[in-house]
Design a protein around this ligand. Structure first.
Ligand code: FHN
Length: 662
């Protein structure tokens, strides 16, 4: 009895202690929206794929015979029986494996996440699985949990840990273990199915994935593969997707969890399929794709370690592939196939280092960047981010003149590596031309950072455009029309009290966030051109909040008075409304508005009295003892609710009547 209690106690303590390695349980996790969930991945752009397993021992060779394609397929391609293949786990003792070193090499290359093959098609598991003995703890002399060590190393170095998992299993009798010598017969011949597969799916595949999602902390991406067998159905795929999101709500799952993928091109066919991103393999789409996708690629011709395969892509090619992929809106998952001792091939280390030099210097033009809105230039690629275009020049123009897309509106161009030297940019014979230094600073890709002319519709000039044209043309020409100029308070007034604006000749021209400077710019299209009898100016809140930068109370008042002057010059009666009381502004928490509101209202009131203009005092009727908006009148600390507007409506009607008499 005593030993049994001691056992329970030990179990309890261990569970509690490795709370850090345990993923947060579903109920504790704040469920993110899809965009929030995908954000880190969309910003990361560049990840490391690691194909490692017992197939890394033979490296694609059997008795001098080299297997075609990926060395990770040696069991199928060189016809190993399961018994014969099981000699490899027994030999698997990668004493050179150092998770921290692997992660550092990924990080130094500029990669933000790592996807490791937890189990590939051969069925061997690289973690301490309680569901199977065909794993690194029970079937190899190594007896170290690779997934544990790698996930912890990633966590230490701020790299997102992700795992690959094969749906296909050539070792499991209820999966493809009964198909020797052609374990992959089910790919071509969709009639080849194992009637036991649903049991494998329920009692082996799902439990193993649950282990990986439960014992190794937060998983960034679950990267499935082997979706091509007919045994695995779209119903299973959709159920599996929900099963995983139930365990880790914020993980990301590739589209190979379901059956929509159109071959190596990797994107889903039309239809409703589960999965968060497409997976082109060994190819880069010709043009940009406006959905989430990630191209996975080998450095040579094999995913698994294959010393005989010398077809290494140059680091220049691989870096330009990264740029090409980001310029088309994708992520790049670049593969490493470590050897049987756990070392990265020197050719891979060399390429990682070279890519790291480039990403360290030019990362700004990649991470968090989006696809270019312009056609692909023949000399390179474009990426875009935060009002900048990054021109990645692969082929340096002999004459030093770089012709960029004519629709770009450059404000200033510099080398990304030399932000202080402006590059002359001119229209030459209709070509937008940037004058470059004679020699290319970087022979892989030199990045030109082009600051764009601001294109934000600062004065919201697009707003109310059609409505104003319609009103101007309408027959009910200015019969007692009154325009309500304003911000979100006026905009929501029209929305929440439409009748008030229908049954009165009142026209709402409120724009959320609008300041007096913007109102002044809009005064002609929204007021003068509509030829109203009167205008009620509701202004000041967003200025006090600092929406468009610092402005003094006096300057705000001056803007309001300018509008009043403008109206008067067009014989439009003016009603100047007080700013509503507010104790704080949620969107600008640093501002303490109370005194500023009082000061501005006093300036407006004084001006109105001096200039025989109607001052509309909402403030006194709606302010509470703490000089905030009365709770019963507010949707929040600023915006009136229906009751609030019911207080305001008679006040404004009275004010307009007075103004029209003036
Ligand atoms: O068969 C696998 C292959 O071994 C490798 O894992 C790649 C990586 O995306 N996927 C499959 C081939 O499409």
């Amino acid at each position: 009895m005593k030993t049994f209690n001691r056992l329970i106690l030990i179990l309890l303590v261990t569970t509690l202690n490795c709370s850090s390695c345990l993923a947060q349980t579903n109920s504790e996790v704040k469920k993110l929206s899809d965009d929030e969930r995908m954000a880190w991945w969309r910003d990361s752009k560049f990840g490391m794929f690691i194909h490692w397993g017992v197939y890394s021992i033979p490296g694609g060779e059997r008795d001098g015979k080299i297997c075609g394609g990926g060395a990770e397929w040696i069991m199928d391609k060189l016809d190993y029986t399961i018994e014969e293949y099981e000699k490899f786990p027994a030999m698997f003792n990668p004493v050179k494996f150092n998770a921290d070193e692997w992660v550092s090499m990924a990080k130094d290359a500029g990669m933000k996440y790592i996807v490791i093959t937890s189990k590939h098609h051969d069925g061997f598991s690289l973690w301490d699985s309680k569901v199977s003995d065909y794993d690194i703890m029970d079937s190899s002399p190594f007896k170290r949990d690779v997934i544990k060590e790698l996930s912890e190393a990633c966590k230490k170095q701020g790299i997102i840990f992700c795992f690959y998992h094969s749906i296909v299993d050539w070792h499991h009798p209820q999966a493809q273990g009964n198909l020797f010598p052609n374990y992959n017969a089910g790919q071509k011949d969709q009639t080849v199915v194992n009637p036991e597969f649903p049991k494998y799916y329920e009692n082996y595949l799902k439990p193993q994935v649950k282990e990986l999602l439960t014992n190794y902390g937060d998983i960034g991406v679950v990267w499935f593969d082997g979706d091509w067998i007919a045994d695995y159905t779209t119903e299973m795929g959709k159920e599996f997707y929900d099963f995983i999101r139930e365990i880790q709500p914020n993980t990301i799952i590739n589209n190979r969890v379901d059956k929509g993928r159109k071959g190596m091109e990797g994107m889903d066919a039309e239809g409703n399929f589960a999965g968060d991103f497409g997976t082109p393999e060994q190819e880069i789409p010709a043009t940009g794709i406006d959905s989430d996708w990630e191209s996975c690629m080998t450095m040579n011709g094999s995913w698994g370690y294959k010393p005989s395969d010398k077809k290494w892509k140059s680091s220049k090619r691989l870096t330009q592939n990264l740029i090409d992929i980001v310029s088309k809106g994708g992520n790049f998952l670049l593969n490493i196939g470590p050897d049987g001792l756990g070392q990265f091939p020197p050719e891979s280390v060399e390429r990682l280092k070279a890519m790291g030099v480039w990403t360290r210097e030019n990362g700004e033009s990649i991470y968090g960047a989006s696809a270019s809105p312009y056609d692909k230039p023949e000399w390179g690629r474009y990426t875009a981010k935060d009002g900048f275009i990054y021109a990645h020049v692969f082929d340096w123009p002999e004459d030093g003149k770089l012709v960029i897309n004519r629709t770009i509106k450059p404000r200033q161009a510099t080398l990304l590596s030399d932000p202080y030297t402006k590059l002359k940019t001119k229209l030459i014979d209709g070509n937008l031309t940037i004058h470059l230094p004679e020699k290319a600073p970087n022979n892989i890709a030199t990045v030109i950072k082009i600051k764009l002319m601001p294109n934000d519709d600062w004065a919201n000039l697009k707003r109310y455009k059609k409505a104003n044209i319609k009103l101007k043309a309408s027959s009910t020409k200015n019969k007692n029309r009154v325009v309500f100029m304003g911000n979100s308070i006026t905009e929501k007034w029209v929305k929440y009290s439409p009748e008030f604006f229908k049954k009165n000749p009142f026209v709402g021209r409120g724009i959320s966030g609008q300041t007096t400077s913007q109102m002044l710019l809009r005064f002609k299209p929204d007021v003068i051109d509509l030829n109203p009898k009167a205008v009620v100016i509701h202004a000041g809140t967003n200025d006090i909040a600092g929406n468009r930068g610092p402005i003094t109370i006096e300057q705000i008042a001056a803007n309001i008075f300018s509008m009043a002057e403008l109206a008067k010059t067009h014989n439009i009666k003016v009603v100047l409304a007080s700013v509503l009381p507010a104790s704080n502004y949620s969107w600008s928490p640093s501002v303490e508005p109370i005194e500023k509101i009082e000061a501005l209202n006093s300036l407006i009131k004084t001006y109105a009295e001096k200039n025989n203009i109607v001052y509309l005092d909402y403030y006194s009727s709606m302010v509470d003892a703490h000089k905030g908006l009365k709770k019963e009148y507010g949707r929040d600390t600023v915006h009136p609710n229906a009751k609030g507007y019911e207080v305001m409506e008679p006040l404004v009607k009275e004010a307009i009547k007075k103004a029209l008499k003036k």
